[in-house]
Design a protein around this ligand. Sequence first.
Ligand code: 13P
Length: 257
Amino acid sequence: MKKYLMAGNWKMHKTFKETTEYFEIFLKGLAEFNFSDREIMIAPPFTVLAHTRKLTEESFIKLGAQNACWEEKGAFTGEISPVMLKELGVTYVILGHSERRHIFGETNELIGKRVGGVYRYGLIPILCVGETLEERKSGKTLEVVKTQLIEGLKELKEVKGNDLVIAYEPVWAIGTGVNATPEQAEEVHAFIRKKLEEIYNKEISEKIRILYGGSVKPENIADLMRQPNIDGVLVGGASLDPEKFIKICTIQIEKIC
Ligand code: 13P
């Protein structure tokens, strides 16, 4: 059964001490909840990955990383290898996030290499795609997303479906408080599903989880999750507050169809 994925991306936030304090509240808040239909993932900074694993090892929380190299080892100053991440208990790796693309200049080609490498070493890539406001205003959303998908998945010729995640994160909705409406998100998610069907096949495309990210909060999560092609969320700001993220992770999910 395909499980929803409620994922938190902490970005460059939280020290060792803050991480400890966070999980004291977060784990208590989730203790009574039945997670049979969903997975929870948190991607903290690299510096607290091992600490997070330790704090959550008795729980069902999955660990994510915020980037990774495509090689196992070598002269790649500042990079982290997928093998090193695996050793720490990491399951998911966020790749191609808009901040990597727009602040650090990561190209579709580089992101495709990262996705390929991470997958080869047995981690699950979360490939992020999404258009800027300018691109949306000039009607280029689907074209941009299509290129990001095709280039990002270039090295993944065959997948099972549950071993790949796509996150649609419109750049104009990230950290702005303005989320895409459920209908706007659904339009792009349905498009992504169709493209995945063309790249792989229908059965596999239905197994691949497509997350929405961009100003997700307790107030809008239920409406977003009602959409047929939204299989989870990738949450930035609201995942930093354990109380808010508990609300997001435990929302009752009712699909429109
Ligand atoms: P916000 O939830 O803060 O808008 O960030 C979204 C995001 O970039 C998650 O990867």
